[in-house]
Design a protein around this ligand. Structure first.
Ligand code: URA
Length: 223
């Protein structure tokens, strides 16, 4: 084989290997997405009939987390409201519309590209705040979701979410915009923010919410 022919053959082999290794890594990525989604699905199946706390008595259904299993951020709210209880998806009411808008405007993401969940998966009657015992009973489900997703940041929307995730209650007006290590995996940052429903009641706090979303964008390496 002459030099030219050998070079051409080598080039072809190189391209073939490159092509195959690219194909393989794409396959691996797709595999990882499918795997996380199916592990999450199995996890949800495992507690759809949960009766570990009194909230099961009045719920229409358990409201699981929702969104992209490969999201770098997990938003955590308090508990489903009336609309969420009906539809079986978190943050689909007025507060959810505000949250979706901020995710789009500030992070440049569609809602379904992020992941949204709650510390309590069942609606408390009359939308009351879940009790510490209810938060404690439900937390293992969220903990497992986080273990599967492995986000970079957990974004707690409101004091109740902060209490569930960090295991202690903190004054949200003082700690919003601050991060804490996630107790079960300190590489994950926990960012505390106001709850979207609070902004609907106090529209001037939109400034702080936007500021904290911008900080989130920096933490995610998107800004
Ligand atoms: N408020 C929450 O905290 N969670 C929801 O899912 C909806 C409203």
């Amino acid at each position: 084989m002459g030099l030219e022919e050998t070079l051409r053959a080598l080039e072809l082999v190189g391209f073939r290997e490159l092509y195959l290794s690219k194909k393989l890594s794409i396959k691996k990525e797709v595999g990882a997405v499918d795997e996380k989604a199916s592990v999450l699905k199995k996890h949800f199946e495992s507690f759809k009939d949960c009766k570990n706390c009194p909230l099961h008595e009045n719920r229409t259904q358990v409201v699981f987390g929702d969104g992209n299993p490969r999201s770098k951020v997990v938003f955590v709210g308090e508990a489903p409201g009336e609309e969420e209880d009906k539809q079986g998806r978190p943050f689909v009411g007025r507060a959810g519309k505000y949250l979706n808008k901020k995710i789009e405007e500030v992070l440049g993401l569609k809602r379904e590209e992020a992941y949204i969940s709650n510390v309590c998966k069942c609606r408390p009657p009359g939308n009351r705040k879940p009790t510490p015992a209810e938060i404690k009973a439900c937390f293992p489900y969220l903990k497992k979701e986080i273990e599967i997703i492995k986000p970079k940041v957990i974004c707690c929307l409101g004091a109740t979410a902060g209490e569930g995730i960090l295991g202690k209650s903190l004054p949200i007006t003082k700690v919003r915009g601050q991060t804490f290590p996630y107790p079960y995996d300190p590489k994950i940052k926990v960012l505390l923010m106001y709850h979207p429903a609070y902004i609907l009641r106090n529209p001037r706090a939109d400034t702080e919410f936007t500021e904290d979303m911008n900080y989130l964008s920096k933490l995610l390496g998107m800004a």
